[in-house]
Design a protein. Sequence first.
Lengths: 312, 362
Amino acid sequence: MNALTRSAPWRGTAWVFGKLGFSGRSLVIAIPMLWLGVFFLAPFFVLGRISLAEAIIARPPFTPLFDRAPDGSLEIFASLENYRFLLEDALYRNAYLSSIRVALVSTIFALLIGYPIAYYIARAPEPKRSILLLMVILPFWTSFLLRVYAWMGFLRSNGVINNMLLSMGVIDSPIQMMQTDFAVYIGIVYTYLPFMILPLYANLTKLDGALLEASSDLGASPMVTFFTITLPLSLPGIVAGSMLVFIPAIGEYVIPALLGGPDTLMIGRVLWDEFFSSRDWPVASAVAIVMLVLVVAPIMWLQSVQNRRGMD
Amino acid sequence: MQTRFLGAIAVLGLGSAGMASADTVNVFNWSDYITDEVLEQFTEETGITVNYDVYDSNDTLEARLLAGSSGFDVVVPTATFLERQIAAGVYQPLNRDLLPNLENMDPDLMAAAASHDPDNEHAVIYMWGTTGIGYNIDMVAERLGEDFEVDTWDMIFDPEIAGQLADCGISWLDSPTDMFPAAFAWMGMDPQSTDPDDFEAAADMMMEVRDTVRYFHSSQYISDLANGETCVAVGWSGDVLQAADRAEEAGQGVNVWYAIPREGAMQWFDMLGIPADAPNPENAHAFIDFIMRPEISAAITNYVWFPNANAAAFDLVEEDIRTDPAIYPTPEVTETLFTGVTYDSRTDRTVTRLWTRVRTGQ
């Protein structure tokens, strides 16, 4: 920071801002804060305000916050009715719980599949590494929606997998895979796998080879070395990768809508239904806010735990 | 305050979809509901480019319209939805001077639609149809016997019969305004009922057969019926017949057909309307007038297999379509059809809540 403010082109600007009561430091902090304010806090407040209204068939489809009473005085309409409704209706509770379950299971599978891949890439010789990394990233060049549709082609009753199993005589009648939770898990793990692999890879390449050598010199088997050295040191990568899979998976809409059946209850889909099928913006906004709190609270807790550990 | 909120939403890109330009028209219509040739011909003749987007539920359309600044010039709500959207101030009155082809329209059908839009002030009929059952002839015969008469809601609502069909795949429309009246008809109640107790009873009935439903969706069933992925679908007449047509073209031995249940089925009208804030209202009028040309109405019916309401177009429709009782119901069947009713806010909330319960099984 000091180097920055002292360098010539910055000095004048810093002086001006200093006179105005801004330091270079606050300016640098202000940019992400502004971003957060415009793209997170402002929409959040809009949602919060709508969640206190009541749905009506009008434009916009919710009651105004302020209204002129017949006698000309200003009336404020706001109620927590929608939040009470969320608590009372089992649908939402079950949808939150089931979203968390689906996201958790998907994260675990993504970790189990992603870790060996990341490990293998990190251990591969340098020229091979970039090719392997490219292979992880390459599917992203195709539209996500197309890739989910491709899975529909695989999983359908008369799709690729069933036809293959039928012709090999493994099964006599097609297995119902589409419109099941199984298909949703496949879709989520497949889609978010690179988000697990990349942070793990970044972490594992930084692993000091000398530690592994020392471990083996001291007589530890590769297994023991992995569990006592590699795994604990890659914990930050595991946490980062798991977060990147878990958070989007919890609010996932497209995958359960396309691959899931009527019993696949996920909050993203409930949210969409509230907006577009029930046209109930206030309840939809309340659902969104509760979801945000549910997702953000554990992350902030985890952050604070990590920070505390970092200070020790 | 409100405009500021909407402004914020628009800034975030959640708002307007279409664009205002002298030579475009933004059309928002149901999926699988037009032929591309008609759109191409319109552009060729008028120089107006068509931005065409699709939806598969009235609720989706209503959500977009009520959000405001939808950017669309022409939308196609079902008449029952149109009625309350008019009350919410969503539409502009049509300028009849720009619609000389209005004289082609069938006066009886337009009068029926006028019960939702007095004097047809805001909309004209695009197509109409019925809500019935699409089925795979062979799969159903295999499970219920050759002699089973399929023109009944028993196919989906009778737990025993639906249970026998569940393994080959049953789909329902994800549309409470189609499913509740059908349930009422099967239960022998008034399909136009707005009594909350009736809705409760129908929802309870549907909950009992819910396990036989593979999915709730309003457009997916067209391709699934066509390739034998499902065997029974509650669907809209023309959509099911398009599935039948596609199945025949594919030549995979899938035979699909459409039945109008004898307990009664809904007859509905889809209406061409212009949103009050349409960016190009003149082009919208030109588009609607173009659709009302007899040869254009006939071309669309020939392709989508939904009947139009254009009296002058009837003779131009292919003979096997205009004489098909699944498309143009016979007078005896027409007797059994009922029309939808527009639900007020309170009923609407009850219906959507109960439907959510049925659809999610919670």
